[in-house]
Write a new protein. Structure first.
Length: 193
């Protein structure tokens, strides 16, 4: 019987809690290198925007791949990259001041980014939107981060129409607490409350 091996590194960067979990490979060295990478990207950025966090997560994934890691979970705040087998990841509740999850999503070899509208600088664009949070699921955390920032200003129906058929799936929580998803997500994934 093979024993499961797990190493974890928890640290603070980009103003958020970061958790790196490796389930195989050269974990101690890879975790140290990944943490240093995230902290360096954090130091070079004036502010912790979603794209910088997505970029850091993608860079950590590259380090893990180069170090032979095939099973890992990268979580930088609300940006998640899952490597290897399917694992359950939480989606933050946009109405809670605490970092509580309102649902969980089973992710395979995917990235997931959540953006909460109330944490953004209010603009006329975000003020007119009925979206409280948007969670996007796809293959690239940088792309998802940038798309979240764009999508959050649309109405929920406009956002879903924009994303439907692109290969990027979405979970949108409205300000009146409705949960909406793209058609591909409801067919492929199980959202557990």
């Amino acid at each position: 019987m093979t024993k499961a091996y797990q190493s974890q590194n928890i640290f603070f960067a980009f103003g958020v809690l970061c958790t790196l979990t490796v389930y195989d490979g050269n974990s101690v060295y890879a975790l140290g290198k990944a943490k240093a990478c995230a902290q360096e990207i954090d130091r070079k950025n004036c502010f912790a925007d979603a794209a910088a966090i997505g970029y850091a997560a993608q860079q950590i994934k590259k380090i893990f791949v180069m170090e032979g890691v095939t099973e890992a979970a990268i979580r930088l705040g609300d940006t998640v990259i899952n490597m290897g087998k399917t694992r359950r990841h939480g989606i933050r509740n946009p109405f809670s001041k605490d970092p509580r999850y309102f649902a969980y999503l089973d992710l395979g070899e995917k990235s997931m980014v959540t953006l909460i509208a109330s944490e953004l600088q209010e603009t006329a664009f975000t003020r007119r939107s009925n979206i409280a949070s948007v969670t996007l699921i796809g293959s690239n955390a940088v792309q998802l981060s940038e798309l979240c920032a764009a999508v959050i200003g649309y109405s929920p129906s406009e956002a879903l129409a924009l994303l439907d058929g692109t290969g990027i799936e979405a979970i949108i929580v409205t300000k009146d607490e409705q949960v909406l998803t793209t058609s591909g997500l409801s067919q492929k994934q199980q959202i557990a409350a």
